[in-house]
Design a protein around this ligand. Structure first.
Ligand SMILES: Nc1nc2c(ncn2[C@@H]2O[C@H](COP(=O)(O)OP(=O)(O)O)[C@@H](O)[C@H]2O)c(=O)[nH]1
Ligand SMILES: [Mg+2]
Length: 313
């Protein structure tokens, strides 16, 4: 295993932890924009690593098995937990019988971080919160109980809770990427530029995707508009990528009428591509977008030209 000190480039180390069968590998595949529900998964043996790039910064995600024997091995080897920036702890909210064991493991992990004096950002994923079951009384009760147990953990570490499902890949991507972007200066600057653009174009929601279809900036006026722009944006971007791979014509701009308008535009910058998706309910916005887009592009590309100077804060 290559240690962080062997590498001269900065990177972010992210651990995916939790009991086996919780959904870790499925989450990882979703991040790679594969479709996990059509793949039969085998239990992860030991550790599987995936590299993502967010704004040019390598993100190394380690999927840490989850079977009992492996869990004990990880806990015995502190180096796994060293220099970790982000931890995603996955709990299957449909499996009440696993809660006690899962919370015990979670607590041991938090103990280790305290012992190592590291302070990673910690996300608890209440996973398998599929739309058709998440409002059932039994699931709501599970969520309440787990939240209570998490707030009662004897740790100073800040843990944020997210209900997740692989049936909503846009939201999964968003949670992870936003947390990573929040940790790097370039990510925060980009978000500021995007907020400014959003104010000027007076729209309901807008996102900027990179070519891996990860949301690298977003601004919503309300949650429904946010969901519309994410769902449309992700799927049109996938369509566009597939057309490109098959060497068909690539749409430069797409418009969809939908209680308003969704605009999808490809922005090319040197060898990279970005996708801008905007949802708006006023015709005034469409004029504003045309007017503001060149200025926004210029500012965005100036910021992105400092790729190499990105480093974790
Ligand atoms: N209903 C539902 N099933 C899921 C979800 N995520 C994963 N699964 C299923 O849960 C099982 C275990 O998933 P896997 O990713 O192998 O878990 P891991 O052991 O933590 O890596 C598989 O059958 C997945 O298809 C989800 O969001 N909803
Ligand atoms: Mg697995």
């Amino acid at each position: 295993m290559k240690k962080q000190s062997d590498s001269d480039r900065p990177f972010i180390k992210c651990l995916l932890l939790g009991l086996d069968n919780g959904g870790k590998t499925s989450i990882l595949l979703t991040l790679r924009n594969k479709f996990p529900h059509v793949i039969k998964l085998k239990p992860t043996k030991r550790i599987e690593r995936t590299d993502l790039h967010v704004l040019g910064l390598p993100i190394k995600i380690w999927d840490m098995g989850g079977q009992k024997a492996y869990r004990e091995e990880y806990l015995a080897r502190k180096e796994y937990f060293e220099e970790v920036t982000l931890v995603v702890y996955v709990i299957d909210i449909t499996d009440l019988s696993s809660f006690t064991e899962s919370m015990e493991y979670f607590e041991k992990i938090l103990d280790l971080f305290e012992l190592l004096n590291t302070d990673p950002r910690i996300l608890a994923f209440f996973h398998k919160a599929d739309p058709d079951i998440k409002d059932r009384a039994a699931i709501l009760k599970n969520v309440r109980d787990l939240k209570k147990q998490i707030t009662e953990l004897p740790h100073a570490l800040d843990i944020t809770v997210h209900e997740t499902t692989i049936l909503n890949p846009a939201s999964l991507n968003n949670i992870i990427v936003q947390n990573i972007l929040g940790l790097i200066p370039k990510g925060r600057e980009l978000q500021d530029t995007f907020n400014e653009f959003m104010l000027k174009i007076n729209s309901n929601a807008a996102i900027l995707l990179d070519e891996n279809i990860l949301i690298i900036a977003k601004a919503y006026r309300d949650e429904i508009s946010g969901n519309i722009v994410q769902t449309c944006g992700r799927n049109i971007a996938i369509m566009s990528e597939e057309l490109r791979t098959d060497k068909h014509a690539i749409p430069e701009k797409i418009e969809i009428e939908m209680e308003g308008m969704v605009f999808f535009k490809t922005l090319e910058y040197e060898k990279s591509k970005f996708y801008l998706v905007v949802y708006t309910k006023t015709t005034e916005s469409t004029i504003l977008i045309d007017y503001e887009l060149p200025k926004f592009k210029e500012k965005l590309f100036t910021q992105l030209s400092f790729y190499d100077s990105i480093s974790p804060s």
